[in-house]
Design a protein around this ligand. Structure first.
Ligand code: GDP
Ligand code: MG
Length: 163
């Protein structure tokens, strides 16, 4: 089976933008509307000759108990359980939020391997962009710009090196 990389994080951090860049697909829906991805979406990425599976999830609230958000959380949880590695995206421009902390705690409980990815860091110094996210206790954050492609290849190479 291909290594499976699952993208999670609160709405609007750039999961679908990263998914599109990794899979080079144009069909994944990307928009400013938070939580637009209603389902899991699967695509294939490639690092040199090596294919891997990428799963995009809706931005979810793990504490939600009802309605569409509850269903989105269920979809995301299913994807996480299938993950070889979870890429937890945060927004380097918005900074660390309470919602990020909730998701970090939730991911720790699920027990899958997690790598922390700080997106939207174009034009920022890497040490500055990642500094505050060490507080999430998920190891060394990797800085990328999904929109501009910066750091993406190096990040995925580092992630896949474990497999
Ligand atoms: P999702 O809700 O996590 O899937 O986030 P989206 O991929 O839909 O992106 C949300 C917004 O962030 C969109 O307006 C994107 O254009 C923007 N965005 C995504 N990646 C970057 C990035 O690397 N830099 C900047 N500045 N904006 C980005
Ligand atoms: Mg999305």
């Amino acid at each position: 089976a291909l290594p499976t990389v699952v993208l999670v994080g609160r709405p609007n951090v750039g999961k679908s933008t990263l998914f599109n860049r990794l899979t080079q697909s144009r069909d994944a829906l990307v928009a400013d509307v938070p939580g637009l991805t209603r389902d899991r979406r699967y695509g294939q990425g490639r690092l040199g000759p090596r294919p891997y599976l990428v799963v995009d999830t809706a931005g979810f609230d793990p504490t939600s108990k009802e309605g569409i958000t509850r269903e989105m959380a269920r979809q995301a949880e299913q994807a996480i359980r299938e993950a070889d590695v979870v890429l937890f995206l945060v927004d380097g421009r918005a900074g660390l939020t309470a919602h990020d902390r909730d998701i970090a705690d939730y991911l720790r409980r699920l027990g899958r391997p997690v790598r922390l990815v700080v997106n939207k860091t174009e034009g920022m110094r890497q040490v500055m962009a990642t500094a505050e996210f060490h507080a999430l206790g998920l190891g060394e954050p990797m800085a990328i710009s999904a929109a501009h492609g910066e750091g993406v290849r190096q990040m995925i190479a580092e992630v896949l090196a474990d497999f």
